[in-house]
Structures are given as structure tokens and as C-alpha cells.
Design a protein around this ligand. Structure first.
Ligand code: HXC
Length: 514
């Protein structure tokens, strides 16, 4: 009798781990791995424990009673990634296209809730046609519950999405609500409505790739934070990302040992900023020289590129970097760059990661396109994010720090704890040429030799404002440092600020500009 029952259990387990061979073949033919193959690639061998593997749909409509399978098209549970506990759910496209029915949704919600209670990250692998059509409002309710569960967990545990197939409708919004989204070339298709509906409603003809492929979301929409060339690469990126993240908002930062000395001096930094203020340079080079060797992990690398957002390590401590990139639009902040920086700062603040800002910014991006697109409300997000952040905030003014963009890039007025400036720093309302044009328009118009006079006035303006010393006199810069010293200075500032406490009066929540 007992043996028979054990055999029954065995049978059930076997059925669960053997997908429909025809559908499995189709999944592989699309260049996609099966759900269980994905789990194996993500988790430490033998570490996975499955939950609710027998849960299935209660619906009998539209022949669902004949289609239903244990697990309802999603595998959920917990395991380990490089020894660290995580919760995980993986949608199985071979079961009704990974569509989200009531039971499917319940499993995802439960996984997120358990992850929140356990205080460990949750990783979701999406491969789905969205809300299960046959279950009607029950599936819509399920999709809504997933979204709510993600929002409830937001800022408590890190949430990472890998989109490894289509993620349509409801399945598309869920990754957007999580903290990080990883996409894969020729595998990911994310959209609210697919090409067929688009054609029906708007007449526009577009294919899956052009509508919502990995490139589109990494380079144009900004939905994706990381783009990988293969599923394998996506999993190793996810594993790397996890190494920078604490388990939850109250957990200590994951500090590792490093052989890179914290007092390492890099003389090349002294000559990285060109003499000619009109010439650009790659801020990435600065970051690579300052932070622990090989530790830079860029987020949103292909989007909003005039600002770099990245994780890195300093003496083994994980930190967040927001840095102007003079190579792109001279580092001017546009709508995308502003949204990118604001969201990153909010993530880092939620998990107490120190935020280190490198400034070389001529201003917010001017122009009708930007103004009409809402650079005011989008730009305001950065001001909001920096102001509300209570994590350690350290700023290095490298070169230009002009106008509103100076304010928003982690200035003292935004609550920066320590502000360093290189001797090349220029802190002013605007650049010398523009300032002189406005201040001395009449004087220059009257002048018998306007060119020469303008040159003189520009020089005078530069001497007064385009240096770090005026700001230092006013206490807005704490220390003017040699570029070569940056690593050591930052390390000391980060370590003294790690236990920083800063309180705000209680409120329900603020109202971030959108
Ligand atoms: C039930 C679904 C399904 C769904 C796919 N399937 N999507 N079943 N509900 N939403 C089933 C198919 O019937 C098929 O079943 C199997 O999954 C594989 O689908 P195919 O179409 O054969 O695969 P493929 O050609 O790869 O196309 C995948 C796809 C397409 C692009 C995802 O299936 C599709 O467009 N589905 C609908 C997407 C959509 O509009 N979803 C929005 C739902 S509304 P068989 O038995 O033949 O294998 C929503 C509400 C929330 O999500 C909105 C929030 C804003």
C-alpha cells in the first residue's frame, strides 16, 4: 500500500518534469531553453526546493479541464545562487504558452510574499502570453495580484526579472515593476499588445523584434537594464548583479575581500581631464581607475547614455555610481538620462547602498523636443530622488557643474554628505561665454573692440567662478583633492558614512514627479 502510494508520488513528479515532447521541441527550435533547464542554469546544483507543484487551474471553461497540468505552467520555489538563498519562479511556455491563470498567479504571488517574509531576493523568469484568455476575469485578477505583490515587496527585497520569451500584456508590466530587467537578443519580446493587435488598431505593420525586441527595450524604451547575447549570459549577468545587492533593506551590504589596495594612487587620473574645456573624455576610464579593478557593472548601459549608472566596489564594499558621461552630448542631462539616474538612486537608497556621484555636466538638454517631452517633470525626478535619499551620498566634481544640472547631480543642497572637487572643477550658473553674453550685452554692443573686450570679460569670469575654490569658501565643497587621491578619499568617506543615520518626519509617502 505504502509502496503504491510512493509509486503514485513518483509518477506525479515524473509527469511534472517531463514537458509535452512536441512543445519542448518547439521551444528549443525557437532557441529557448525549457523552464527546468533555466532553473538548473541559475541555481546552485541540487539547491532547488519546489512549492505548490501540484497546484492547477480550477476552471473547466473552453476545455481547460482537458488541458490542465500540475503546476499550472509555472515552477516556483527557493534555492541558492552562489550560496545565497533566493526565491525564484519560472514560467513554462510549453504549458498553455505560460499564460497566467488563477493558480499560476497565486504561485507567483506566494513566491514573492515568501521572499519578502524571508528577506531574500526574488528572481522571476517570464515567458508568457499574458493573462490566460480562457479564465477570463479570474486570470486578470491574478495578474493584478502579481503586480500588487511586486509593489508591496518593492524596496524591501531586490526583485530581478529575466524576460526569456514573449512577455505580453500583464506579463510585460510585472517586469517593469521589478527593480531590474534582463533581456536576451532574439529571445525576448516585450509588449503590451502584439503585432496583430497593433495592425488591427493602428494599421501599422511591425514585427515582434521591431515592436518589443531586446534592442528596442535596451536602447529606446529603457524598459531593460541589461541585454545579453544568450540565455547563458543572462544568467551569469544576474548572478553578478546579485553580488552587489544586500538580501533586504535591513541586511548588511555584501562586502567581499579584495586584493586591490584602498590607498592605491593612480597618477594617470591627474591628466585625464583635457586642458581644452571643449574636449571630451570617457568618464568610464575615471571610474575604472578609481574603483576596485574589474568591479564596474553598468546598469542601463545603452540608454540615457549621457549619464552612467553602475554598481562597483570600493575596498570590497558595494557602491552605486551616478556619473556624467562627457562623451555623449557633452554630458547634458536629457529626459532618459534623468529618469535613469532617478530610478537608480531610488533603488540604491532603498537598500542603503552608498551613492557616489561624478559630475561633469553643462546643464539640462535644451530644445523643443526635450521641453515638450517634459524635461521639467522628468528632470525633477532626479532632484526628488537625490533629496529623499538617506544613504551615504558622496560627490566628486570633476569638471563642469553648471546650473540646475549641478544642483541635481548630488550637490550639497541635495543633501550630499561629503563633496570633493578636483582642481579642474568649474562650478557656476553657466559657462563663461554664455554668462558674459548675458551680463555684458549692452557693454559689448557699445564697445569699440567687442571681441577683445569679450575675451577679457570671459577670462575674468573664469577666474572668479570656474574653479572649485569659491564653492569651497562657501562650504559647498568639503575638500579640493588631486585626482590621483580620489580612490583613497572616497574609501575613507564611504567607510565613515556606512552607519549613517538620517531621519525624516513620518508621512504616508511623498509625491514623486512623474
Ligand atoms: C491562453 C495562450 C495565451 C493566452 C498564448 N496561448 N497566449 N493561451 N491565454 N494569453 C497559447 C496558445 O493558444 C498556444 O496554445 C500556446 O500558448 C503557444 O502560443 P503560440 O501562439 O502558438 O506561440 P507563438 O507563436 O510563439 O506566440 C506567442 C505569443 C502569442 C506572441 C505570446 O501566443 C500571443 O500573441 N498571445 C496573446 C498575447 C496577448 O495579447 N496577451 C494579452 C493578454 S491580456 P496551443 O494549445 O496551441 O499550444 C493581459 C491582461 C493584462 O495580459 C493587461 C495589463 C496591462
Amino acid at each position: 500500500m505504502v509502496l503504491e502510494k510512493l509509486r503514485e508520488l513518483e509518477e506525479l513528479r515524473k509527469r511534472l518534469s517531463s514537458p509535452d515532447p512536441e512543445k519542448a521541441k518547439r521551444q528549443h527550435a525557437k532557441g529557448k531553453l525549457l523552464a527546468r533547464e533555466r532553473l538548473e542554469m541559475l541555481l546552485d546544483p541540487g539547491s532547488f526546493e519546489e512549492i505548490q507543484w501540484l497546484a492547477t487551474t480550477r476552471s473547466t471553461l473552453f476545455g481547460l479541464d482537458k488541458k490542465k497540468v500540475p503546476g499550472d505552467g509555472v515552477i516556483a520555489g527557493y534555492g541558492k545562487v552562489n550560496g545565497r538563498p533566493v526565491y525564484v519562479f519560472v514560467q513554462d511556455f510549453t504549458v498553455m504558452g505560460g499564460s497566467i491563470g488563477e493558480a499560476h498567479a497565486e504561485k507567483i504571488v506566494r513566491t514573492i510574499e515568501l521572499a519578502t517574509k524571508s528577506g531574500v531576493p526574488v528572481i522571476g523568469i517570464w515567458d508568457s502570453g499574458g493573462a490566460r484568455i480562457q479564465e477570463g476575469v479570474a486570470s486578470l485578477h491574478g495578474v493584478g495580484r502579481i503586480m500588487k505583490a511586486i509593489v508591496d515587496a518593492s524596496g524591501v527585497i531586490p526583485q530581478i526579472s529575466l524576460v526569456l520569451g514573449p512577455a505580453a500584456g500583464g506579463a510585460a508590466y510585472a517586469p517593469a515593476l521589478m527593480d531590474f530587467t534582463v533581456v536576451v537578443d532574439n529571445v525576448t519580446y516585450l509588449f503590451v499588445t502584439g503585432p496583430e493587435v497593433v495592425k488591427e488598431v493602428t494599421g501599422e505593420e511591425i514585427d515582434f523584434e521591431g515592436l518589443g525586441g531586446a534592442r528596442v527595450h535596451s536602447q529606446i524604451s529603457g524598459v531593460a537594464h541589461f541585454r545579453a547575447g544568450s540565455e547563458e549570459e543572462a544568467f551569469s549577468l544576474t548572478k553578478k548583479l546579485l553580488t552587489y545587492l544586500p538580501d533586504n533593506n535591513e541586511a548588511p551590504l555584501p562586502v567581499i575581500n579584495t586584493s586591490d589596495p584602498v590607498d592605491r594612487v593612480d597618477k594617470e587620473l591627474d591628466s585625464i581631464v583635457p586642458e581644452d574645456p571643449m574636449r571630451s573624455y570617457d568618464m568610464r576610464m575615471v571610474l575604472e581607475k578609481v574603483f576596485d579593478k574589474g568591479s564596474l557593472l553598468e546598469v542601463h548601459r545603452e540608454w540615457g547614455q549621457s549619464i552612467i549608472t553602475a554598481f562597483a566596489r570600493l575596498g570590497g564594499i558595494p557602491v552605486c555610481i551616478v556619473a556624467s558621461q562627457p562623451l555623449i552630448m557633452s554630458g547634458a542631462i536629457d529626459i532618459n538620462a534623468s529618469c535613469k539616474a532617478a530610478r537608480f538612486v531610488r533603488f540604491c537608497d532603498a537598500f542603503n547602498l552608498p551613492i557616489i556621484t561624478f559630475v561633469d555636466v553643462p546643464g539640462y538638454m535644451p530644445g523643443t523636443q526635450q521641453e515638450h517631452g517634459g524635461i521639467i517633470r522628468h528632470g525633477a525626478k532626479m532632484l526628488y530622488a537625490y533629496s529623499e535619499a538617506t544613504s551615504p551620498k558622496i560627490t566628486v566634481i570633476v569638471r563642469k557643474a553648471y546650473g540646475g544640472a549641478y544642483i541635481s547631480m548630488g550637490s550639497r543642497s541635495m543633501g550630499a554628505d561629503i563633496v570633493f572637487a578636483w582642481p579642474t572643477a568649474e562650478i557656476a550658473v553657466m559657462g563663461a561665454e554664455a554668462a558674459v553674453r548675458i551680463l555684458y550685452r549692452k557693454q559689448l554692443a557699445r564697445s569699440p573692440n567687442p571681441e577683445e573686450e569679450k575675451k577679457k570679460l570671459v577670462e575674468e569670469f573664469k577666474k572668479t567662478f570656474l574653479n572649485p575654490y569659491r564653492a569651497a569658501e562657501l562650504g559647498l565643497v568639503d575638500d579640493v583633492i588631486a585626482p590621483r587621491e580620489t580612490r583613497q578619499k572616497l574609501y575613507r568617506a564611504v567607510t565613515i558614512l556606512l552607519k549613517k543615520r538620517e531621519w525624516r518626519p513620518p508621512r504616508k509617502h511623498g509625491n514623486i514627479p512623474l
